[in-house]
Structures are given as structure tokens and as C-alpha cells.
Design a protein around this ligand. Sequence first.
Ligand code: GSH
Length: 226
Amino acid sequence: PSKMSRRIDFYYDIVSPYTYLGFEVLCRHRSVWNLAIHFRPFFLGGIMKGANNRPPATVPLKGEHMMQCDLPRLAKHYSVPLVMNDRVVEIMFNTGTLSTMRFLTALQQKQPDAVEPVSRQLFYRLFSSHQDVAQPDSLRAAAEAAGLSADVTAAALTDMLSDEVKSRLKSVTDEAVKLGAFGSPTFIVHTEDGRQEMVFGSDRFHIIGDLLGVEYKGPLKQLAKL
Ligand code: GSH
């Protein structure tokens, strides 16, 4: 990142469909807005606990609206290949993403440049091809699709089981709660005059633009290479 780049810390969990939208749209703005994006994988379950929040879909009508209307509309608007179905819901609410986020945390430690492409593959697996993202074989497949070597992937699969990685994920999650996070995606926008502003949601890019002093010109529909 150049001296002049604008910094955004992106706190996220793969489990969240709105976060998939936010992740892709943020990455599309990297060159347009000259962003230095710092990826901060966290665990949304821990955020919910720490913030005493509940997933929005625990209100049945809201959950149904998100699944049937809001997310399909947004996927089209942002041109992100997200398709909600029962399999996704089962993974979101039953399997969860604790091991997924531990894997990304392990990668972050030794191979920080791998975090973005592997996250993209994991989002794609969960929300487009509707495949598992928790088992070691699934993590390996996502890492391979992102172009990681077998050695790097094997090391991360071992590291993710260590106390160090587990507590690192916990401390990033706690740090996010301290910064005011109550859900995903959470952006910490570093303003020109040195403030840090918390922004929640994939639907606030116009506000992020305001905070950075740049114009949001829409979702930039071109897809990142998978
Ligand atoms: N309006 C936001 C957006 O468009 O991105 C909604 C994002 C959202 O609902 N995220 C969920 C969450 O953490 C996870 S999928 N919600 C916490 C909350 O709404 O309090």
C-alpha cells in the first residue's frame, strides 16, 4: 500500500451473506479509492455473545424477507453470485464457521496475502456452490482453488488447532466488540484526520465514501476473478 492509501479494517465472518456482498464490493473499490484493506477474520458467534445481540433472522418474518427478497435483490444489484437456499441456512445455523475462521486466522499469521483469495473461495463455496466450509477437506479445496501450495495449506490446517490461533481469533473478536461491532460486516474506516469510524453493513458504501472524502459511484459490477 502506498503512503497515500486510505485504510479500512474489514472485520468479517464467512457465515454471513451480507458480508459476502460487503467483501466483494470493498475489494472492487481498492484501486478506485486507493484502499489499503486490512482483513480481520473474526467469529460472529462471539460478536453476538459479546454484544448481547441475536442474528436478525431470529425474527421469523425478517428471516423470511432476507432469504426470499432482500438477499436475492442485493445479489443482483451488486452482481455477487450469492444464492440462498436451505443448505446454506443449515450450514449457517447448525455447522457454523468456527473452524473456517480459525483456518483464516492461521493463514493470516503466516500468509497474510492468502486471506483475501481464500476468503473469496470460501464465500463462493458456501453461497454459490452450497458446499461445506468447515471440514479440513473443504478448507483444503478452497485453499487449492485460491492457488495456495499444498505445504502452506497443510501448515495452516495444523496451526488452526493450536491454542495460539484459537486465542488470536478470540482476541480479534473481542477487539471488534471494543470497537463497537455488533454484527458482520464491520468496517473500521481510518479518516484523513486520523479518526477511526465504525461502519456496520454492506449497505453503507456511500457513507464510507463520505468518511474517506471520496465519491461512491455504485457497486462496480465487475466480478473478481475466482
Ligand atoms: N443492513 C446490513 C447490510 O445490508 O449489510 C445487514 C447486515 C446483517 O444483517 N448482518 C448480520 C448481522 O450480523 C449477519 S448476516 N446482523 C447484526 C444486526 O443486524 O444487529
